[in-house]
Design a protein around this ligand. Structure first.
Ligand code: GLU
Length: 416
């Protein structure tokens, strides 16, 4: 059997580092088993989904070289298919039309809250008589389709967390098709995972409560249930869910700051997975060889920016010099002092970058580190100015060094 995995982002915002970590694990799993890694865009929420966000997602994945196989599946192109399946479930008595208005549902929930009962749809529309339903349908009364939750319990064996059991009575008859004819997430997800032949679903553990709903749908539709693995959350250093407050969370922001895609890939891959032996720098090729979902942690991981900076500096040191020059140029060209004519002498630029790359944590540091090789009016490190310029002793020493340097016959590393 060839394994088939997918990454299924919703294009309602930028590509979050947490999302990319999910993509990386699906990608590594697929590649490690010589399987397929597919991409699905979950764009059924017409109001929130934007074409720009799709581009941002694709650009981010391409930058990180997370290559997908086959054509991208767009859910917005499959609306009729979800509708057909939902109607089929209604015909089979596994789902039913719900004519309750939002106000009625709100009222119901209010009463449940007051009576301290679990908030759950009352199944009012399940109890309606056939004639009444037909009358409503003829009138064109607004309706949704709800999935009927059977009695019993639903369990699955999560590849990371082990067995997880849910009591079905805790799940309400959830809506699978909205009144505007669009499917809800759980429904479209099951139809498409089946359509795409997905064998393993790896996603964030915020989706654990969705999984029993999806399993019940798989059973109702007669589809084969895939394996599930839910990844623990990524937290900020304060142990709260990683968010904007903790700094950049969008992948393209990391690109703009001057992180190398290899470094970010390496860092995110190790955020929840460890191949053992405390290894930190692992190439993608090697990860593909050794990746095993069993080595994923159950507990949340902390996003440590300093570790990312360190990894990035290591990747900058190891980067092919010509490639490093090319990417550095993108950053240099944004500087006011940089002139196109400096680029004529590439071999000089290469030497300068080779000499200074040791000290760069991000590529944004490069212009600052090489400025004094090109212009005389360069800036000083403020901290350094404060620490040394006020101290006359520093200048005494420098004067001495200067006069010694002036006596040198040649200016090279050895003689200096
Ligand atoms: N669009 C969903 C999300 O971004 C996909 C979840 C899943 O992988 O099933 O969270």
């Amino acid at each position: 059997m060839t394994v088939r995995l997918r990454f299924a982002p919703s294009p309602t915002g930028f590509l979050h580092v947490g999302g990319v970590r999910t993509a990386i694990y699906n990608y590594l799993y697929a590649r490690s088993k010589s399987g397929k890694f597919l991409l699905r865009i979950e764009d059924t929420d017409i109001e929130r989904s934007k074409k720009e966000w799709i581009d941002v997602i694709l650009d981010g994945l391409k930058w990180l070289k997370i290559e997908w196989d086959e054509d991208i599946v767009f859910q917005s192109e499959r609306i009729d298919i979800y509708k057909e399946y939902a109607e089929k479930l209604v015909r089979e008595g596994k789902a039913y039309y719900c004519f309750c208005s939002e106000e009625e549902l709100e009222e119901e929930r209010k009463i449940q809250k007051l009576e301290k009962k679990p908030i759950k749809y009352s199944r009012k529309c399940l109890k309606r008589k056939k004639e009444e339903i037909e009358k409503f349908l003829k009138e064109g009364k607004e309706k949704t389709i709800r999935f009927y939750i059977p009695e019993g319990e639903t369990k699955f064996n999560d590849l990371i967390h082990g067995e997880i059991v849910f009591k079905n009575e805790e799940i309400e008859d959830f809506i699978i098709l909205r009144s505007d004819g669009t499917p809800t997430y759980n429904f479209a997800c099951v139809i498409d995972d089946n359509y795409m032949g997905i064998t393993h679903v790896i996603r964030g553990d915020d989706h654990i409560p969705n999984t029993p709903k999806q399993i019940l749908l798989y059973n109702a539709l007669g589809f084969k249930i895939p394996e599930f693995a839910h990844l623990p959350m990524i937290l900020g250093p304060d142990r709260k869910k990683l968010s904007k407050r903790h700094g950049a969370t969008s992948v393209l922001e990391y690109k703009e700051e001057g992180f190398l895609p290899e470094a970010l890939f390496n860092f995110l891959a190790l955020l929840g997975w460890s191949p053992g032996e405390d290894r930190e720098i692992i190439s993608r090729e090697e990860m593909i060889k050794i990746f095993d979902i069993k080595d994923c942690r159950k507990s949340a991981s902390i996003f440590d920016r300093n570790k990312l900076l360190w990894l990035n500096s290591e990747y900058i040191k190891r980067k092919d010099l010509d490639e490093l020059v090319d990417i550095s140029l993108e950053f240099l060209r944004k500087e006011k002092w940089w002139k196109r004519e400096f680029e004529k002498d590439r071999s000089y630029l290469k030497k300068v970058i080779e000499l200074t790359r040791e000290r760069a944590k991000v590529l944004k540091d490069i212009p600052y580190l090489i400025e004094y090789f090109y212009i005389d009016e360069f800036g000083y490190d403020i901290e350094g100015v404060e620490r040394y310029f006020g101290n006359p002793k520093v200048f005494e020493g420098l004067e001495e060094i200067k006069s010694e340097f002036e006596k040198l016959s040649e200016w090279n590393e050895k003689i200096i």
